[in-house]
Design a protein around this ligand. Structure first.
Ligand SMILES: C[S@@+](CC[C@H](N)C(=O)[O-])C[C@H]1O[C@@H](n2cnc3c(N)ncnc32)[C@H](O)[C@@H]1O
Length: 412
Protein backbone atom coordinates (compact mmCIF):
# COMPACT_ATOMS: atom_id res chain seq x y z
CA UNK A 1 0.00 0.00 0.00
CA UNK A 2 1.35 3.43 -0.89
CA UNK A 3 1.96 5.34 2.32
CA UNK A 4 2.81 8.78 1.00
CA UNK A 5 0.79 11.55 -0.61
CA UNK A 6 2.11 14.36 -2.80
CA UNK A 7 1.60 18.02 -1.91
CA UNK A 8 -1.23 18.27 -4.49
CA UNK A 9 -2.95 15.15 -3.22
CA UNK A 10 -2.74 16.35 0.36
CA UNK A 11 -4.04 19.76 -0.61
CA UNK A 12 -6.99 18.19 -2.43
CA UNK A 13 -7.70 15.71 0.36
CA UNK A 14 -7.88 18.14 3.25
CA UNK A 15 -9.13 21.12 1.24
CA UNK A 16 -6.28 23.52 2.10
CA UNK A 17 -4.04 25.34 -0.37
CA UNK A 18 -0.48 24.27 -1.06
CA UNK A 19 0.73 27.54 0.50
CA UNK A 20 -1.08 26.69 3.73
CA UNK A 21 0.45 23.22 3.70
CA UNK A 22 3.95 24.64 3.19
CA UNK A 23 3.35 26.98 6.12
CA UNK A 24 2.04 24.14 8.26
CA UNK A 25 5.18 22.18 7.40
CA UNK A 26 7.33 25.06 8.67
CA UNK A 27 5.19 25.43 11.77
CA UNK A 28 5.23 21.67 12.39
CA UNK A 29 1.42 21.39 12.27
CA UNK A 30 1.68 18.86 9.44
CA UNK A 31 5.26 17.87 8.72
CA UNK A 32 6.24 16.76 5.24
CA UNK A 33 9.16 14.55 4.38
CA UNK A 34 11.32 15.09 1.32
CA UNK A 35 11.23 12.68 -1.57
CA UNK A 36 14.92 11.59 -1.83
CA UNK A 37 15.28 12.02 -5.62
CA UNK A 38 13.27 15.14 -6.34
CA UNK A 39 13.39 16.75 -2.88
CA UNK A 40 9.63 17.46 -3.24
CA UNK A 41 7.45 17.48 -0.15
CA UNK A 42 5.46 14.30 0.43
CA UNK A 43 3.20 13.51 3.35
CA UNK A 44 2.61 10.36 5.33
CA UNK A 45 -0.93 9.30 4.54
CA UNK A 46 -1.56 8.40 8.18
CA UNK A 47 -0.49 11.94 9.31
CA UNK A 48 -2.81 13.55 6.76
CA UNK A 49 -5.74 11.38 7.75
CA UNK A 50 -5.22 11.99 11.45
CA UNK A 51 -5.17 15.74 10.90
CA UNK A 52 -8.21 15.64 8.61
CA UNK A 53 -10.30 13.68 11.09
CA UNK A 54 -9.16 15.91 13.96
CA UNK A 55 -10.62 18.80 11.94
CA UNK A 56 -13.87 16.96 11.57
CA UNK A 57 -13.95 16.22 15.29
CA UNK A 58 -13.20 19.85 16.17
CA UNK A 59 -15.91 20.86 13.78
CA UNK A 60 -18.39 18.51 15.30
CA UNK A 61 -18.89 20.76 18.29
CA UNK A 62 -21.28 23.40 17.07
CA UNK A 63 -24.71 23.26 15.45
CA UNK A 64 -25.69 26.46 13.69
CA UNK A 65 -29.22 27.18 12.54
CA UNK A 66 -30.24 29.48 9.71
CA UNK A 67 -33.92 28.75 10.35
CA UNK A 68 -36.27 31.69 9.95
CA UNK A 69 -40.01 31.74 9.40
CA UNK A 70 -41.43 33.63 6.41
CA UNK A 71 -43.67 36.57 7.33
CA UNK A 72 -45.67 36.09 4.11
CA UNK A 73 -46.10 33.43 1.45
CA UNK A 74 -43.06 34.18 -0.73
CA UNK A 75 -43.27 32.98 -4.32
CA UNK A 76 -40.47 31.42 -6.36
CA UNK A 77 -40.07 30.94 -10.09
CA UNK A 78 -37.50 28.15 -10.52
CA UNK A 79 -35.74 27.89 -13.91
CA UNK A 80 -33.65 24.90 -15.06
CA UNK A 81 -35.44 23.00 -12.30
CA UNK A 82 -34.09 19.50 -13.05
CA UNK A 83 -35.49 16.89 -10.68
CA UNK A 84 -36.14 19.56 -8.07
CA UNK A 85 -33.16 19.51 -5.68
CA UNK A 86 -33.17 23.28 -5.20
CA UNK A 87 -36.97 23.48 -5.45
CA UNK A 88 -37.54 20.87 -2.72
CA UNK A 89 -34.93 22.55 -0.53
CA UNK A 90 -36.62 25.94 -0.91
CA UNK A 91 -40.01 24.36 -0.25
CA UNK A 92 -38.65 22.83 2.96
CA UNK A 93 -37.45 26.29 3.99
CA UNK A 94 -41.00 27.61 3.55
CA UNK A 95 -40.99 29.15 0.05
CA UNK A 96 -43.71 28.46 -2.50
CA UNK A 97 -42.80 27.40 -6.06
CA UNK A 98 -45.36 29.04 -8.36
CA UNK A 99 -43.80 27.71 -11.56
CA UNK A 100 -40.85 25.61 -12.65
CA UNK A 101 -39.31 25.39 -16.10
CA UNK A 102 -37.33 22.41 -17.36
CA UNK A 103 -36.59 20.97 -20.80
CA UNK A 104 -35.89 17.34 -19.87
CA UNK A 105 -39.05 15.22 -20.08
CA UNK A 106 -37.95 12.76 -17.38
CA UNK A 107 -37.05 15.49 -14.94
CA UNK A 108 -40.46 17.12 -15.63
CA UNK A 109 -42.11 13.78 -15.06
CA UNK A 110 -40.31 13.49 -11.70
CA UNK A 111 -41.50 16.95 -10.67
CA UNK A 112 -45.11 16.21 -11.66
CA UNK A 113 -45.16 12.78 -10.02
CA UNK A 114 -44.01 14.14 -6.66
CA UNK A 115 -45.84 17.44 -6.75
CA UNK A 116 -48.96 17.12 -8.93
CA UNK A 117 -49.90 20.67 -7.87
CA UNK A 118 -46.71 22.31 -9.08
CA UNK A 119 -46.97 24.25 -12.31
CA UNK A 120 -44.29 22.50 -14.38
CA UNK A 121 -43.61 24.30 -17.65
CA UNK A 122 -41.97 21.69 -19.84
CA UNK A 123 -39.83 22.82 -22.75
CA UNK A 124 -36.98 25.03 -23.86
CA UNK A 125 -36.82 28.17 -21.75
CA UNK A 126 -36.37 30.13 -24.99
CA UNK A 127 -39.95 29.36 -25.98
CA UNK A 128 -41.54 30.73 -22.80
CA UNK A 129 -42.61 34.23 -22.00
CA UNK A 130 -42.86 34.93 -18.26
CA UNK A 131 -44.40 38.40 -18.32
CA UNK A 132 -47.55 37.06 -16.62
CA UNK A 133 -45.38 36.76 -13.46
CA UNK A 134 -44.25 40.39 -13.60
CA UNK A 135 -44.17 41.77 -10.04
CA UNK A 136 -45.95 38.62 -8.83
CA UNK A 137 -42.91 36.59 -7.87
CA UNK A 138 -40.49 37.35 -5.03
CA UNK A 139 -37.56 35.37 -6.32
CA UNK A 140 -36.29 33.90 -9.57
CA UNK A 141 -33.80 31.05 -9.18
CA UNK A 142 -31.96 28.92 -11.70
CA UNK A 143 -28.96 26.71 -12.32
CA UNK A 144 -28.30 27.79 -15.90
CA UNK A 145 -25.75 25.60 -17.69
CA UNK A 146 -22.50 27.51 -18.16
CA UNK A 147 -21.59 28.64 -21.70
CA UNK A 148 -19.00 31.02 -23.09
CA UNK A 149 -19.96 34.46 -24.38
CA UNK A 150 -18.34 36.09 -27.37
CA UNK A 151 -16.69 39.32 -26.37
CA UNK A 152 -16.38 42.51 -28.32
CA UNK A 153 -13.84 43.79 -25.81
CA UNK A 154 -16.31 45.93 -23.88
CA UNK A 155 -18.61 45.66 -20.91
CA UNK A 156 -21.05 42.91 -21.75
CA UNK A 157 -24.73 43.81 -22.08
CA UNK A 158 -27.81 41.60 -22.22
CA UNK A 159 -28.04 41.64 -26.02
CA UNK A 160 -24.42 40.44 -26.35
CA UNK A 161 -25.24 37.24 -24.48
CA UNK A 162 -28.07 36.19 -26.84
CA UNK A 163 -28.07 32.49 -27.58
CA UNK A 164 -26.75 31.49 -24.16
CA UNK A 165 -28.81 30.06 -21.32
CA UNK A 166 -27.56 32.77 -18.98
CA UNK A 167 -29.16 35.24 -21.40
CA UNK A 168 -32.44 33.40 -20.88
CA UNK A 169 -32.03 33.52 -17.09
CA UNK A 170 -31.38 37.28 -17.21
CA UNK A 171 -34.17 37.82 -19.72
CA UNK A 172 -36.66 36.14 -17.38
CA UNK A 173 -35.39 38.12 -14.37
CA UNK A 174 -35.94 41.28 -16.39
CA UNK A 175 -39.44 40.18 -17.41
CA UNK A 176 -40.46 39.22 -13.87
CA UNK A 177 -38.69 41.99 -11.92
CA UNK A 178 -38.34 40.15 -8.57
CA UNK A 179 -36.65 41.82 -5.57
CA UNK A 180 -33.97 39.09 -5.61
CA UNK A 181 -32.65 36.52 -8.06
CA UNK A 182 -30.27 33.63 -7.44
CA UNK A 183 -28.24 31.74 -10.00
CA UNK A 184 -26.37 28.60 -9.05
CA UNK A 185 -23.49 27.00 -10.85
CA UNK A 186 -20.33 24.97 -10.52
CA UNK A 187 -17.13 26.37 -8.95
CA UNK A 188 -15.56 26.17 -12.43
CA UNK A 189 -17.53 29.29 -13.41
CA UNK A 190 -15.02 31.33 -11.37
CA UNK A 191 -12.21 30.42 -13.75
CA UNK A 192 -14.24 29.86 -16.94
CA UNK A 193 -12.58 31.92 -19.72
CA UNK A 194 -10.22 33.30 -17.06
CA UNK A 195 -13.11 34.76 -15.08
CA UNK A 196 -14.56 36.69 -18.03
CA UNK A 197 -17.75 34.63 -18.19
CA UNK A 198 -18.63 35.45 -14.59
CA UNK A 199 -17.62 39.08 -15.08
CA UNK A 200 -19.94 39.19 -18.11
CA UNK A 201 -22.83 37.77 -16.07
CA UNK A 202 -22.32 40.37 -13.35
CA UNK A 203 -22.29 43.19 -15.90
CA UNK A 204 -25.46 41.89 -17.56
CA UNK A 205 -27.28 41.71 -14.23
CA UNK A 206 -26.06 45.25 -13.55
CA UNK A 207 -27.48 46.38 -16.88
CA UNK A 208 -30.90 44.90 -16.16
CA UNK A 209 -31.03 46.61 -12.77
CA UNK A 210 -29.50 44.18 -10.27
CA UNK A 211 -26.48 44.57 -7.99
CA UNK A 212 -24.60 41.33 -7.56
CA UNK A 213 -23.54 40.38 -4.03
CA UNK A 214 -19.86 39.22 -3.88
CA UNK A 215 -19.99 35.72 -5.30
CA UNK A 216 -19.42 32.79 -2.93
CA UNK A 217 -18.84 29.10 -3.42
CA UNK A 218 -20.78 27.25 -0.75
CA UNK A 219 -19.50 23.89 0.45
CA UNK A 220 -22.39 21.48 0.82
CA UNK A 221 -20.67 19.75 3.78
CA UNK A 222 -21.27 22.96 5.76
CA UNK A 223 -25.01 22.80 5.11
CA UNK A 224 -26.00 19.38 6.47
CA UNK A 225 -25.07 17.48 3.32
CA UNK A 226 -22.87 14.37 3.67
CA UNK A 227 -21.06 15.15 0.42
CA UNK A 228 -18.07 17.31 -0.55
CA UNK A 229 -19.99 19.12 -3.28
CA UNK A 230 -19.65 22.83 -3.96
CA UNK A 231 -22.04 25.26 -5.58
CA UNK A 232 -21.31 28.78 -6.73
CA UNK A 233 -24.09 31.18 -5.80
CA UNK A 234 -24.78 34.36 -7.73
CA UNK A 235 -27.18 36.66 -5.93
CA UNK A 236 -28.69 39.72 -7.58
CA UNK A 237 -30.58 42.35 -5.58
CA UNK A 238 -32.84 44.81 -7.42
CA UNK A 239 -31.12 48.17 -7.38
CA UNK A 240 -33.95 50.08 -5.71
CA UNK A 241 -33.51 47.89 -2.60
CA UNK A 242 -30.97 49.14 -0.13
CA UNK A 243 -30.57 45.99 1.92
CA UNK A 244 -27.75 43.55 2.43
CA UNK A 245 -28.13 39.91 1.57
CA UNK A 246 -26.32 37.51 3.90
CA UNK A 247 -25.29 34.03 2.79
CA UNK A 248 -26.48 31.23 5.05
CA UNK A 249 -24.04 30.67 7.91
CA UNK A 250 -21.95 27.51 7.53
CA UNK A 251 -22.66 24.79 10.00
CA UNK A 252 -19.68 23.31 11.83
CA UNK A 253 -21.23 19.89 12.16
CA UNK A 254 -20.05 17.69 9.27
CA UNK A 255 -22.09 14.65 8.24
CA UNK A 256 -20.55 11.49 6.84
CA UNK A 257 -21.62 8.67 4.56
CA UNK A 258 -22.92 6.78 7.56
CA UNK A 259 -25.32 9.65 8.30
CA UNK A 260 -26.56 9.43 4.70
CA UNK A 261 -27.20 5.72 4.55
CA UNK A 262 -27.99 4.71 8.12
CA UNK A 263 -30.60 5.76 10.64
CA UNK A 264 -29.37 8.85 12.48
CA UNK A 265 -29.60 12.64 12.60
CA UNK A 266 -30.31 13.06 8.88
CA UNK A 267 -32.70 10.14 8.25
CA UNK A 268 -34.91 8.20 10.63
CA UNK A 269 -34.30 4.78 9.02
CA UNK A 270 -31.65 2.96 7.04
CA UNK A 271 -31.62 3.63 3.30
CA UNK A 272 -34.41 1.71 1.51
CA UNK A 273 -33.38 -0.92 -1.03
CA UNK A 274 -33.45 0.15 -4.66
CA UNK A 275 -32.04 -0.54 -8.08
CA UNK A 276 -28.58 0.53 -9.06
CA UNK A 277 -25.94 0.01 -11.69
CA UNK A 278 -23.10 -2.47 -11.40
CA UNK A 279 -19.42 -2.36 -12.21
CA UNK A 280 -18.10 -4.62 -14.97
CA UNK A 281 -16.14 -7.64 -13.72
CA UNK A 282 -12.80 -6.01 -14.68
CA UNK A 283 -13.55 -3.02 -12.46
CA UNK A 284 -14.76 -5.19 -9.59
CA UNK A 285 -11.46 -7.09 -9.64
CA UNK A 286 -9.58 -3.80 -9.29
CA UNK A 287 -11.85 -2.09 -6.75
CA UNK A 288 -11.86 -5.21 -4.56
CA UNK A 289 -8.23 -4.30 -3.78
CA UNK A 290 -9.04 -0.77 -2.60
CA UNK A 291 -9.79 -0.29 1.13
CA UNK A 292 -12.42 2.19 2.44
CA UNK A 293 -11.11 5.77 1.95
CA UNK A 294 -8.53 4.38 -0.46
CA UNK A 295 -8.09 5.11 -4.17
CA UNK A 296 -5.98 4.08 -7.15
CA UNK A 297 -2.69 4.65 -5.35
CA UNK A 298 -3.59 1.84 -2.99
CA UNK A 299 -3.40 -0.65 -5.85
CA UNK A 300 -0.27 -2.66 -6.70
CA UNK A 301 1.88 -0.63 -9.11
CA UNK A 302 1.21 -2.79 -12.15
CA UNK A 303 -2.55 -2.56 -11.64
CA UNK A 304 -2.29 1.20 -11.06
CA UNK A 305 -0.64 1.57 -14.46
CA UNK A 306 -3.16 -0.62 -16.21
CA UNK A 307 -6.19 1.01 -14.57
CA UNK A 308 -5.04 4.58 -15.03
CA UNK A 309 -3.82 4.14 -18.60
CA UNK A 310 -2.52 7.42 -20.00
CA UNK A 311 -3.44 9.34 -16.83
CA UNK A 312 -0.85 7.41 -14.80
CA UNK A 313 2.02 9.59 -15.98
CA UNK A 314 0.13 12.88 -15.91
CA UNK A 315 0.83 13.54 -12.24
CA UNK A 316 -1.57 15.33 -9.88
CA UNK A 317 -3.61 13.75 -7.14
CA UNK A 318 -6.70 12.39 -8.89
CA UNK A 319 -7.84 11.16 -5.51
CA UNK A 320 -11.33 10.61 -6.96
CA UNK A 321 -10.28 7.75 -9.24
CA UNK A 322 -10.98 4.18 -8.10
CA UNK A 323 -12.17 5.67 -4.83
CA UNK A 324 -13.89 3.64 -2.17
CA UNK A 325 -15.75 5.91 0.22
CA UNK A 326 -15.42 5.31 3.98
CA UNK A 327 -18.37 5.35 6.38
CA UNK A 328 -16.71 8.04 8.49
CA UNK A 329 -16.16 10.65 5.78
CA UNK A 330 -18.45 12.73 3.58
CA UNK A 331 -18.92 11.26 0.10
CA UNK A 332 -17.03 12.78 -2.84
CA UNK A 333 -19.14 14.78 -5.32
CA UNK A 334 -21.57 12.51 -7.11
CA UNK A 335 -21.51 12.67 -10.89
CA UNK A 336 -24.36 12.19 -13.36
CA UNK A 337 -23.44 8.57 -13.90
CA UNK A 338 -21.97 6.23 -11.29
CA UNK A 339 -20.46 4.07 -14.05
CA UNK A 340 -18.52 7.01 -15.49
CA UNK A 341 -14.82 6.27 -16.07
CA UNK A 342 -12.33 7.55 -13.54
CA UNK A 343 -14.85 8.92 -11.06
CA UNK A 344 -15.61 5.73 -9.14
CA UNK A 345 -17.24 6.22 -5.77
CA UNK A 346 -17.48 2.67 -4.54
CA UNK A 347 -19.66 1.56 -1.62
CA UNK A 348 -17.56 1.11 1.57
CA UNK A 349 -18.30 -2.57 2.09
CA UNK A 350 -19.57 -3.91 -1.22
CA UNK A 351 -17.79 -3.52 -4.54
CA UNK A 352 -20.54 -1.65 -6.38
CA UNK A 353 -21.64 1.92 -7.11
CA UNK A 354 -24.24 3.52 -4.84
CA UNK A 355 -27.81 2.57 -5.69
CA UNK A 356 -30.32 5.18 -6.89
CA UNK A 357 -31.75 5.60 -3.39
CA UNK A 358 -28.26 5.84 -1.86
CA UNK A 359 -27.40 8.49 -4.45
CA UNK A 360 -30.57 10.38 -3.52
CA UNK A 361 -29.72 10.15 0.20
CA UNK A 362 -26.21 11.52 -0.38
CA UNK A 363 -27.90 14.48 -2.11
CA UNK A 364 -30.30 14.66 0.90
CA UNK A 365 -33.46 14.02 -1.15
CA UNK A 366 -36.21 12.60 1.09
CA UNK A 367 -36.90 8.87 0.59
CA UNK A 368 -40.39 9.59 -0.69
CA UNK A 369 -39.10 11.73 -3.58
CA UNK A 370 -39.38 9.35 -6.54
CA UNK A 371 -37.39 9.68 -9.76
CA UNK A 372 -38.85 8.90 -13.18
CA UNK A 373 -37.22 7.32 -16.22
CA UNK A 374 -34.57 4.64 -16.69
CA UNK A 375 -31.97 4.02 -13.98
CA UNK A 376 -29.48 6.09 -16.02
CA UNK A 377 -32.02 8.95 -16.21
CA UNK A 378 -32.60 8.75 -12.47
CA UNK A 379 -28.89 8.90 -11.65
CA UNK A 380 -28.53 11.84 -14.03
CA UNK A 381 -31.34 13.81 -12.38
CA UNK A 382 -29.90 13.18 -8.92
CA UNK A 383 -26.30 13.89 -9.95
CA UNK A 384 -27.36 17.21 -11.53
CA UNK A 385 -29.20 18.46 -8.47
CA UNK A 386 -28.41 21.04 -5.86
CA UNK A 387 -28.36 19.03 -2.60
CA UNK A 388 -31.76 19.52 -0.98
CA UNK A 389 -30.35 20.55 2.41
CA UNK A 390 -28.12 23.17 0.77
CA UNK A 391 -31.17 24.47 -1.12
CA UNK A 392 -33.03 24.66 2.20
CA UNK A 393 -30.33 26.76 3.90
CA UNK A 394 -30.14 29.06 0.85
CA UNK A 395 -33.94 29.22 1.10
CA UNK A 396 -33.71 30.50 4.70
CA UNK A 397 -31.26 33.20 3.59
CA UNK A 398 -33.78 34.34 0.96
CA UNK A 399 -36.62 34.38 3.50
CA UNK A 400 -34.50 36.44 5.88
CA UNK A 401 -33.85 38.93 3.10
CA UNK A 402 -37.49 39.10 2.00
CA UNK A 403 -38.75 39.49 5.58
CA UNK A 404 -36.50 42.54 5.99
CA UNK A 405 -37.43 43.90 2.58
CA UNK A 406 -41.19 43.72 3.11
CA UNK A 407 -40.81 45.04 6.64
CA UNK A 408 -39.01 48.09 5.31
CA UNK A 409 -41.43 48.71 2.46
CA UNK A 410 -44.56 48.30 4.63
CA UNK A 411 -46.49 51.53 4.94
CA UNK A 412 -45.85 52.78 8.49
C1 LIG B 1 -27.77 21.71 -13.16
S1 LIG B 1 -29.32 21.17 -13.69
C2 LIG B 1 -30.38 21.95 -12.53
C3 LIG B 1 -30.58 21.19 -11.29
C4 LIG B 1 -31.67 21.70 -10.40
N1 LIG B 1 -31.47 23.08 -10.00
C5 LIG B 1 -31.79 20.83 -9.15
O1 LIG B 1 -31.44 21.29 -8.08
O2 LIG B 1 -32.21 19.66 -9.28
C6 LIG B 1 -29.63 22.12 -15.14
C7 LIG B 1 -30.94 21.79 -15.83
O3 LIG B 1 -31.14 22.70 -16.90
C8 LIG B 1 -31.94 22.01 -17.86
N2 LIG B 1 -31.87 22.73 -19.15
C9 LIG B 1 -30.83 22.75 -20.03
N3 LIG B 1 -31.15 23.49 -21.09
C10 LIG B 1 -32.41 23.96 -20.91
C11 LIG B 1 -33.28 24.77 -21.69
N4 LIG B 1 -32.90 25.25 -22.87
N5 LIG B 1 -34.50 25.07 -21.19
C12 LIG B 1 -34.89 24.58 -19.97
N6 LIG B 1 -34.11 23.78 -19.21
C13 LIG B 1 -32.88 23.48 -19.66
C14 LIG B 1 -31.30 20.63 -17.89
O4 LIG B 1 -32.19 19.68 -18.45
C15 LIG B 1 -30.99 20.39 -16.42
O5 LIG B 1 -32.00 19.66 -15.79
Amino acid sequence: MNEYMTLSETSEYIGKSKETLRRWDKEGKLSAVREPMSNYRVYRKSDVETLFFDFLDDNNQELISNFVEPNNEYKVLELFAGAGGLAVGMEKAGLKCVALNEIDKWACSTLRKNRPNWNVLEGDIKSFNFTEYKNKVDIVTGGFPCQAFSYAGKKLGLADARGTLFYEFARVVKEVNPPICIGENVRGLLSHEKGKTLEGMISILDEIGYNVVPVQVLKAINYNVPQKRERLILVGIRKDINLEYEYPKPNKKIYNLKDALKKGDLFDCNVPKSEGSKYPKSKIDVLDLVPPKGYWRDLPLEIQKEFMGGSFHLGGGKTGIARRIGWDEPCLTLTCSPAQKQTERCHPEETRPFTVREYARIQTFPDNWKFEGSIAQQYKQIGNAVPVNLGKEVGYSIIKFLNSYYNLSKPK
